[in-house]
Ligand binder design. Structure first.
Ligand code: ASP
Length: 323
Protein backbone atom coordinates (compact mmCIF):
# COMPACT_ATOMS: atom_id res chain seq x y z
CA UNK A 1 0.00 0.00 0.00
CA UNK A 2 1.27 3.47 -0.77
CA UNK A 3 1.67 5.84 2.14
CA UNK A 4 0.38 8.90 0.39
CA UNK A 5 -2.01 9.63 -2.39
CA UNK A 6 -0.69 10.15 -5.88
CA UNK A 7 -0.26 13.82 -6.69
CA UNK A 8 -3.65 15.43 -7.10
CA UNK A 9 -5.46 12.19 -6.23
CA UNK A 10 -9.14 12.67 -5.61
CA UNK A 11 -10.19 13.36 -2.04
CA UNK A 12 -12.40 10.79 -0.41
CA UNK A 13 -15.53 12.92 -0.35
CA UNK A 14 -17.83 10.07 0.64
CA UNK A 15 -16.21 9.33 3.99
CA UNK A 16 -16.07 11.18 7.28
CA UNK A 17 -12.97 12.86 8.68
CA UNK A 18 -12.84 12.78 12.49
CA UNK A 19 -10.97 15.61 14.23
CA UNK A 20 -9.68 14.79 17.71
CA UNK A 21 -8.73 17.76 19.89
CA UNK A 22 -5.99 17.60 22.51
CA UNK A 23 -5.25 21.30 23.13
CA UNK A 24 -2.01 23.11 22.31
CA UNK A 25 -1.33 26.60 20.98
CA UNK A 26 -3.66 25.92 18.07
CA UNK A 27 -6.41 26.10 20.72
CA UNK A 28 -4.67 28.89 22.65
CA UNK A 29 -5.80 32.43 23.33
CA UNK A 30 -3.94 35.63 24.28
CA UNK A 31 -5.21 38.88 25.74
CA UNK A 32 -3.95 40.78 22.70
CA UNK A 33 -3.81 39.88 19.01
CA UNK A 34 -0.17 41.07 18.86
CA UNK A 35 0.93 38.55 21.49
CA UNK A 36 2.17 35.24 20.10
CA UNK A 37 4.15 34.31 23.22
CA UNK A 38 2.24 35.35 26.34
CA UNK A 39 -0.84 33.24 25.65
CA UNK A 40 -2.52 30.28 27.31
CA UNK A 41 -2.57 27.05 25.31
CA UNK A 42 -5.59 24.72 25.24
CA UNK A 43 -8.43 27.21 25.78
CA UNK A 44 -10.73 26.60 22.79
CA UNK A 45 -12.59 23.36 22.13
CA UNK A 46 -11.99 21.45 18.92
CA UNK A 47 -15.49 22.32 17.62
CA UNK A 48 -14.57 26.03 17.85
CA UNK A 49 -11.35 25.38 15.89
CA UNK A 50 -13.34 23.71 13.12
CA UNK A 51 -15.96 26.48 13.13
CA UNK A 52 -13.19 29.07 12.62
CA UNK A 53 -12.33 27.62 9.19
CA UNK A 54 -15.12 28.53 6.76
CA UNK A 55 -13.60 26.28 4.06
CA UNK A 56 -14.35 23.23 6.24
CA UNK A 57 -18.07 23.97 6.43
CA UNK A 58 -20.14 21.49 4.49
CA UNK A 59 -17.52 18.71 4.65
CA UNK A 60 -18.32 15.41 6.39
CA UNK A 61 -16.56 16.08 9.68
CA UNK A 62 -16.92 14.96 13.29
CA UNK A 63 -15.09 16.59 16.18
CA UNK A 64 -14.26 15.05 19.56
CA UNK A 65 -12.31 16.48 22.49
CA UNK A 66 -9.92 13.82 23.80
CA UNK A 67 -7.90 16.13 26.07
CA UNK A 68 -7.32 19.83 26.66
CA UNK A 69 -3.67 20.30 27.59
CA UNK A 70 -0.53 22.23 26.77
CA UNK A 71 1.47 19.47 25.11
CA UNK A 72 4.51 20.22 27.28
CA UNK A 73 2.44 18.34 29.87
CA UNK A 74 1.78 15.30 27.65
CA UNK A 75 1.30 12.14 29.68
CA UNK A 76 0.91 8.40 29.28
CA UNK A 77 -2.79 8.75 30.16
CA UNK A 78 -3.44 11.18 27.30
CA UNK A 79 -1.42 9.06 24.86
CA UNK A 80 -3.43 6.03 25.87
CA UNK A 81 -6.78 7.84 25.45
CA UNK A 82 -5.70 9.35 22.13
CA UNK A 83 -4.48 6.04 20.69
CA UNK A 84 -7.72 4.34 21.74
CA UNK A 85 -10.01 7.02 20.28
CA UNK A 86 -8.00 7.26 17.05
CA UNK A 87 -8.07 3.46 16.65
CA UNK A 88 -11.81 3.32 17.33
CA UNK A 89 -12.57 5.93 14.68
CA UNK A 90 -10.14 4.52 12.12
CA UNK A 91 -11.86 1.14 12.47
CA UNK A 92 -15.22 2.64 11.40
CA UNK A 93 -15.79 1.87 7.70
CA UNK A 94 -17.43 5.25 7.12
CA UNK A 95 -14.34 7.12 8.42
CA UNK A 96 -11.71 7.95 5.81
CA UNK A 97 -9.13 9.48 8.11
CA UNK A 98 -8.48 11.11 11.47
CA UNK A 99 -6.91 14.48 12.28
CA UNK A 100 -5.42 15.29 15.70
CA UNK A 101 -5.00 18.90 16.85
CA UNK A 102 -2.05 19.07 19.26
CA UNK A 103 0.61 21.33 20.72
CA UNK A 104 3.90 21.66 18.87
CA UNK A 105 6.12 20.97 21.90
CA UNK A 106 5.70 17.19 21.99
CA UNK A 107 4.12 16.73 18.57
CA UNK A 108 7.03 14.59 17.38
CA UNK A 109 6.69 12.28 20.39
CA UNK A 110 2.96 11.76 19.97
CA UNK A 111 3.40 11.21 16.23
CA UNK A 112 6.07 8.56 16.80
CA UNK A 113 4.08 6.92 19.60
CA UNK A 114 0.95 6.61 17.42
CA UNK A 115 3.07 5.40 14.50
CA UNK A 116 4.54 2.55 16.56
CA UNK A 117 1.31 1.59 18.33
CA UNK A 118 -1.23 2.00 15.50
CA UNK A 119 0.66 2.13 12.14
CA UNK A 120 -2.78 2.75 10.61
CA UNK A 121 -3.82 1.79 7.09
CA UNK A 122 -5.81 5.04 6.86
CA UNK A 123 -4.34 8.55 7.27
CA UNK A 124 -3.84 9.75 10.85
CA UNK A 125 -2.72 13.36 10.49
CA UNK A 126 -1.43 15.50 13.35
CA UNK A 127 -1.42 19.25 13.16
CA UNK A 128 -0.60 22.16 15.45
CA UNK A 129 0.17 25.86 15.38
CA UNK A 130 2.95 28.17 16.49
CA UNK A 131 0.60 31.09 17.12
CA UNK A 132 -2.53 31.15 19.27
CA UNK A 133 -5.96 31.31 17.65
CA UNK A 134 -6.24 34.99 18.63
CA UNK A 135 -3.06 36.09 16.77
CA UNK A 136 -3.21 38.69 14.00
CA UNK A 137 -2.15 36.05 11.51
CA UNK A 138 -2.90 32.72 13.20
CA UNK A 139 -1.44 29.66 11.45
CA UNK A 140 -3.84 27.16 13.05
CA UNK A 141 -6.78 27.54 10.61
CA UNK A 142 -4.60 26.91 7.52
CA UNK A 143 -2.83 23.98 9.22
CA UNK A 144 -6.16 22.44 10.22
CA UNK A 145 -7.53 22.87 6.71
CA UNK A 146 -4.40 21.25 5.21
CA UNK A 147 -4.62 18.37 7.69
CA UNK A 148 -8.22 17.67 6.74
CA UNK A 149 -7.31 17.78 3.04
CA UNK A 150 -4.54 15.24 3.68
CA UNK A 151 -6.78 13.01 5.81
CA UNK A 152 -9.35 12.96 2.98
CA UNK A 153 -6.87 11.55 0.43
CA UNK A 154 -8.19 8.17 -0.60
CA UNK A 155 -4.83 6.36 -0.90
CA UNK A 156 -3.06 7.94 2.04
CA UNK A 157 -2.14 5.93 5.13
CA UNK A 158 0.04 6.08 8.20
CA UNK A 159 0.81 8.69 10.83
CA UNK A 160 1.85 12.03 9.36
CA UNK A 161 2.02 15.64 10.49
CA UNK A 162 1.25 18.73 8.47
CA UNK A 163 2.43 22.23 9.40
CA UNK A 164 3.13 25.30 7.27
CA UNK A 165 2.11 23.33 4.17
CA UNK A 166 4.75 20.66 4.79
CA UNK A 167 3.91 16.97 5.28
CA UNK A 168 6.17 14.94 7.57
CA UNK A 169 6.42 11.23 8.29
CA UNK A 170 6.02 10.51 12.00
CA UNK A 171 9.54 9.06 12.05
CA UNK A 172 11.17 12.19 10.60
CA UNK A 173 9.37 14.99 12.44
CA UNK A 174 11.61 17.27 14.55
CA UNK A 175 10.70 20.61 16.15
CA UNK A 176 13.76 22.72 15.39
CA UNK A 177 12.72 26.32 16.04
CA UNK A 178 11.25 28.08 19.06
CA UNK A 179 9.11 30.66 17.25
CA UNK A 180 9.03 30.47 13.46
CA UNK A 181 5.84 29.27 11.73
CA UNK A 182 7.86 26.62 9.87
CA UNK A 183 9.32 25.30 13.10
CA UNK A 184 9.60 21.68 11.98
CA UNK A 185 12.18 19.85 9.89
CA UNK A 186 12.45 16.37 8.42
CA UNK A 187 16.26 16.26 8.22
CA UNK A 188 17.88 13.67 5.95
CA UNK A 189 14.57 11.86 5.43
CA UNK A 190 13.01 14.83 3.67
CA UNK A 191 9.39 15.89 3.46
CA UNK A 192 6.75 13.42 2.33
CA UNK A 193 4.75 16.03 0.46
CA UNK A 194 3.50 19.58 0.37
CA UNK A 195 -0.10 20.70 0.64
CA UNK A 196 -0.53 23.57 -1.78
CA UNK A 197 -3.89 25.28 -2.12
CA UNK A 198 -5.55 22.14 -0.74
CA UNK A 199 -3.76 19.85 -3.22
CA UNK A 200 -1.13 17.29 -2.26
CA UNK A 201 2.22 17.25 -4.11
CA UNK A 202 4.03 14.07 -3.17
CA UNK A 203 7.82 13.74 -2.87
CA UNK A 204 8.44 10.35 -1.28
CA UNK A 205 6.85 7.38 0.51
CA UNK A 206 6.68 7.06 4.28
CA UNK A 207 8.51 4.07 5.78
CA UNK A 208 6.31 1.00 6.24
CA UNK A 209 5.53 -0.01 9.81
CA UNK A 210 4.02 -2.85 11.77
CA UNK A 211 1.60 -1.86 14.53
CA UNK A 212 2.45 -3.03 18.03
CA UNK A 213 -1.26 -2.76 18.86
CA UNK A 214 -3.30 -1.19 21.64
CA UNK A 215 -2.75 -4.17 23.92
CA UNK A 216 0.92 -3.06 24.21
CA UNK A 217 -0.13 0.12 26.01
CA UNK A 218 -2.96 -1.39 28.07
CA UNK A 219 -1.18 -1.13 31.44
CA UNK A 220 -2.38 1.62 33.77
CA UNK A 221 -0.31 4.78 33.10
CA UNK A 222 1.29 4.72 36.55
CA UNK A 223 2.57 1.22 35.77
CA UNK A 224 4.42 2.36 32.62
CA UNK A 225 8.18 2.03 32.96
CA UNK A 226 10.23 4.98 34.14
CA UNK A 227 12.47 6.04 31.25
CA UNK A 228 14.65 9.15 31.47
CA UNK A 229 16.91 11.04 29.07
CA UNK A 230 20.37 12.16 30.21
CA UNK A 231 22.44 14.52 28.07
CA UNK A 232 26.19 14.38 27.56
CA UNK A 233 27.80 17.80 27.78
CA UNK A 234 31.10 19.34 28.72
CA UNK A 235 31.73 18.29 32.30
CA UNK A 236 29.00 15.60 32.34
CA UNK A 237 29.62 12.83 34.83
CA UNK A 238 27.74 9.72 35.89
CA UNK A 239 26.22 10.89 39.17
CA UNK A 240 22.83 11.70 37.65
CA UNK A 241 22.58 8.20 36.16
CA UNK A 242 23.58 6.58 39.46
CA UNK A 243 20.92 8.64 41.27
CA UNK A 244 18.24 7.65 38.75
CA UNK A 245 19.14 3.96 39.05
CA UNK A 246 18.90 4.25 42.84
CA UNK A 247 15.36 5.60 42.31
CA UNK A 248 14.25 2.57 40.28
CA UNK A 249 14.98 3.72 36.72
CA UNK A 250 13.93 1.13 34.11
CA UNK A 251 15.06 2.75 30.86
CA UNK A 252 17.82 5.24 30.06
CA UNK A 253 18.32 7.22 26.87
CA UNK A 254 21.64 8.94 26.54
CA UNK A 255 21.55 12.01 24.30
CA UNK A 256 25.21 11.81 23.42
CA UNK A 257 27.41 14.38 21.76
CA UNK A 258 27.85 14.02 17.98
CA UNK A 259 27.75 10.33 17.06
CA UNK A 260 26.30 9.44 20.47
CA UNK A 261 29.58 9.81 22.34
CA UNK A 262 29.65 10.01 26.15
CA UNK A 263 32.14 11.29 28.67
CA UNK A 264 34.16 8.46 30.19
CA UNK A 265 32.40 8.73 33.53
CA UNK A 266 28.91 8.99 32.01
CA UNK A 267 29.64 5.91 29.87
CA UNK A 268 30.85 4.02 32.94
CA UNK A 269 27.66 4.90 34.83
CA UNK A 270 25.51 3.87 31.85
CA UNK A 271 27.32 0.53 31.72
CA UNK A 272 26.66 0.05 35.44
CA UNK A 273 22.99 0.84 34.83
CA UNK A 274 22.85 -1.63 31.94
CA UNK A 275 24.50 -4.32 34.09
CA UNK A 276 21.85 -3.64 36.76
CA UNK A 277 19.07 -4.43 34.25
CA UNK A 278 18.20 -0.93 32.98
CA UNK A 279 17.46 -0.82 29.23
CA UNK A 280 19.91 1.66 27.67
CA UNK A 281 19.90 3.33 24.24
CA UNK A 282 22.33 5.91 22.95
CA UNK A 283 21.03 8.69 20.67
CA UNK A 284 22.52 12.05 19.71
CA UNK A 285 21.84 15.52 21.00
CA UNK A 286 22.28 16.72 17.38
CA UNK A 287 19.01 17.65 15.65
CA UNK A 288 19.67 15.43 12.64
CA UNK A 289 21.71 12.44 11.50
CA UNK A 290 21.91 8.78 12.52
CA UNK A 291 24.34 7.05 14.86
CA UNK A 292 27.04 5.11 13.03
CA UNK A 293 28.46 1.97 14.62
CA UNK A 294 31.54 2.89 16.65
CA UNK A 295 32.08 -0.25 18.70
CA UNK A 296 30.42 1.18 21.81
CA UNK A 297 29.15 -1.49 24.22
CA UNK A 298 25.98 0.58 24.63
CA UNK A 299 23.40 0.06 21.85
CA UNK A 300 22.73 2.94 19.47
CA UNK A 301 19.29 4.22 18.50
CA UNK A 302 20.07 4.59 14.79
CA UNK A 303 18.24 7.57 13.30
CA UNK A 304 15.86 7.97 16.25
CA UNK A 305 16.01 11.21 18.18
CA UNK A 306 16.47 10.99 21.94
CA UNK A 307 12.73 11.54 22.56
CA UNK A 308 11.83 8.85 20.01
CA UNK A 309 14.36 6.48 21.59
CA UNK A 310 12.62 7.12 24.91
CA UNK A 311 9.33 5.97 23.38
CA UNK A 312 11.06 2.83 22.06
CA UNK A 313 12.26 2.01 25.57
CA UNK A 314 8.81 2.71 27.02
CA UNK A 315 7.26 0.33 24.49
CA UNK A 316 9.99 -2.30 25.02
CA UNK A 317 9.36 -2.11 28.74
CA UNK A 318 5.61 -2.47 28.25
CA UNK A 319 6.07 -5.40 25.85
CA UNK A 320 8.30 -7.16 28.38
CA UNK A 321 5.71 -6.93 31.16
CA UNK A 322 4.55 -10.34 32.34
CA UNK A 323 1.18 -11.50 30.91
N1 ASP B 1 3.27 24.77 24.61
C1 ASP B 1 2.46 24.61 23.42
C2 ASP B 1 2.05 23.14 23.32
O1 ASP B 1 2.88 22.36 22.92
C3 ASP B 1 3.23 25.04 22.23
C4 ASP B 1 2.52 24.91 20.92
O2 ASP B 1 1.49 24.29 20.76
O3 ASP B 1 3.11 25.47 19.97
O4 ASP B 1 0.94 22.79 23.63
Amino acid sequence: MTSLALPNAAPDVARITVILGTGGTIAGTAASAQDSVGYRAAQLGVAALVAAVPALQGLALEAEQVAQIDSKDMSAAVWQALARRAAAHLARPEVGGVVVTHGTDTLEETAYFLHRVLAPTKPLVLTAAMRPATALLADGPQNLFDAVMLARQRDACGVMAVLAGEVFAATALRKCHTFRLDAFEAGDAGLLAAVENGVLRRFREAPAAVALGLQTIAAAPDAWPRVEIVLNHAGADGRLVDALVAQGLQGLVLAGTGNGSLSASLEAAALRAQAAGVRVLRASRCAHGALLGDGSPLPGAGALSAVQARIELLLQGLLARPG
